[in-house]
Design a binder for this molecule. Structure first.
Ligand code: ADP
Length: 515
């Protein structure tokens, strides 16, 4: 059993990014004014207001960004409407739309290193992680979605047409772009989430108004520049940076937006759904999670221990599908707890631009406070921290990777989404019992099973109420594989065919050809 006292960790020497050594293109980008992209032009917010963007490793302001609000959302939606209804874009052949999307993917690839660096400065994550996960996956999604315009097929329907005798019919269904899409995204994977929404929407022929998270607008703005460079017609892709309750809320309730797609907290997701009801927008929401990780008796522990540690500590636990509840077969409980504790203690904290750092600061001081509130509640309610439990760094927003045991099912650290590097570990004795415990949550985004027994996989996986069940891995995503939640984890799916279809309407065409 690991010591119940949190191990003390000395603060890393250099906790902050060295911004004097960044890529010259990023240095120039950070200095330049950050405006809204509306109708193909970079413009100030109507109010003239801006907001500050901070480097999470140092709390220093790295950019001032236009604070758009309802008036700017109106302008952007009007531009997107014009581009959707009557423009080069609306008349563009599917092959040409594909070519444009591939051209954009080529530009993202050419600028991948700079984008990764910008993401590390803006979000706090490791530049290596940003390059090999965020940007790499974003590129794969753009390429995958670029193939869809020529494949959005309908069907020929074998209708009988019995209602009006003596007539003869032929019928088809076809897919059409849903229209103007409002996309509101979170800050944990900024470019990736912008991609998850924009790539299928554009592939389907929609136009987009993107509202990035106020904590992390920078790579979305660079994406806007690359979209312009690729040659997308004006108004097809618009960006309104700004606050959630102003710019975000205006977009969610806008009467001329046909679909709203959102990634963020369940709390805000509920507001989005209510706002969308005004004009019955189509809605996709990808929300919170409290994903269970089940280590069974026959698991390969040498692989499972680093695997389940990665399930929670990847991206500092700021992952909606993070494996934040770890249930371990009783006979392996001590060994897995010790192993995960050792992994947590071994993680090197440091700023995103330090390529030797394995975990960066959390995204904001607000997020650090939120995570530390949960840690305090866990300790107060009697849980024991085998690792971590402290905030670090005088200026940056660092939190130690934290492993709780001795937990009870009604504790807030077991029930609520923390969105930080905090895991609860608990033993189980029986597969039916652990399936029930795993499902005892308002969320249902992901789950993982660690086992070598295929029979147990097929027994357990159907019982788990989650949009993704991973076996001997966790949070694996792919452009082809739908991702989304059961229960209060959301509506609809990101990625794969389901995502691109969600940006289309199905139209039935019925022709009477009786002579
Ligand atoms: P978090 O709590 O992790 O910051 P949120 O769900 O609050 O996540 O934010 C996700 C996105 O939703 C951000 O782009 C934010 O600006 C936006 N947002 C926040 N509040 C609202 C709101 N009332 N209406 C629309 N969007 C909002």
């Amino acid at each position: 059993m690991p010591s119940t006292a949190a191990q003390s960790r000395s603060a890393p020497d250099a906790l902050a990014n060295d911004l004097s050594r960044i890529h010259p293109a990023n240095a120039a980008f950070l200095k330049a004014p950050k405006r809204l992209l509306i109708d193909g032009a970079w413009v100030e917010a109507t109010s003239g207001k801006t907001f500050e963007v901070r480097d999470p490793s140092s709390d220093e302001v790295v950019a001032h960004v236009a604070a758009g609000d309802a008036a700017d959302v109106d302008r952007a939606v009007a531009a997107a409407r014009r581009a959707f209804e009557d423009s080069e874009w609306s008349r563009m052949k599917p092959t040409d739309r594909e070519r444009l999307l591939h051209r954009l993917a080529d530009l993202i690839e050419a600028h991948a290193d700079e984008l990764a660096e910008l993401e590390a400065i803006d979000n706090g994550k490791s530049v290596l992680m940003a390059r090999h996960v965020d940007i790499k996956h974003a590129l794969e999604v753009w390429r995958y979605m670029a193939g869809w315009p020529t494949k959005l097929e309908g069907q020929t329907l074998p209708i009988s047409g019995t209602l009006v005798p003596g007539q003869q019919y032929v019928a088809f269904s076809q897919r059409e772009a849903v229209g103007v899409v409002g996309a509101i995204i979170a800050w944990n994977f900024p470019l990736l989430l912008a991609t998850w929404k924009s790539a299928p929407a554009l592939a389907a022929g929609c136009t987009v108004v993107l509202k990035p998270a106020e904590e992390t607008p920078l790579t979305a703005l660079r994406l806007g520049e690359l979209i312009q460079e690729a040659g997308f017609p004006r108004g097809v892709f618009n960006i309104v940076t700004g606050m959630g309750p102003t710019a975000g809320a205006a977009l969610a309730k806008h009467p001329d937006v046909d679909k709203i797609t959102f990634t963020g907290s369940t709390e805000v997701g509920r507001l989005i759904v209510q706002a969308a009801a005004g004009n019955m927008k189509k809605v996709t929401v990808e929300l919170g999670g409290k994903s269970p990780v089940l280590v069974l008796e026959d698991a390969d522990l040498d692989a499972a221990i680093p695997g389940v540690a990665g399930a929670i500590f990847f991206n500092h636990g700021q992952v909606c599908s993070a494996g934040s509840r770890l249930y371990v077969a009783e006979r392996h409980f001590e060994r897995v707890l010790e192993g995960v504790t050792a992994q947590a203690r071994g993680i090197k904290l440091g700023p995103g631009l330090d390529s030797s750092a394995q975990m960066g600061p959390l995204v904001s001081s607000v997020q650090r406070e939120r995570v530390m509130r949960y840690v305090a509640q866990g300790l107060e309610s009697g849980a024991r921290a085998a690792a971590g439990g402290k905030a670090l760094g005088s200026r940056g927003y660092y939190v130690e990777p934290t492993v709780f045991h001795g937990v009870k099912d009604d504790m807030s650290i077991v029930r609520e989404e923390i969105f930080g590097p905090v895991v609860v570990v608990k033993p189980f004795t029986d597969l039916n019992e652990v399936a029930r415990t795993a499902n005892d949550s308002i969320y249902g985004l992901g789950a993982s099973i660690w086992t070598r027994d295929v029979h147990k996989v097929f027994t357990l996986a159907p019982k788990l109420k989650a949009g993704s069940v991973w076996v001997n891995c966790h949070s694996i995503l792919d452009a082809t594989m739908p991702f989304g939640g059961y229960k209060q984890s959301g509506w609809g799916r990101e990625l794969g065919k389901e995502a691109v279809y969600s940006y289309t309407e199905s139209k039935s065409l019925c022709i009477n050809y009786a002579g």
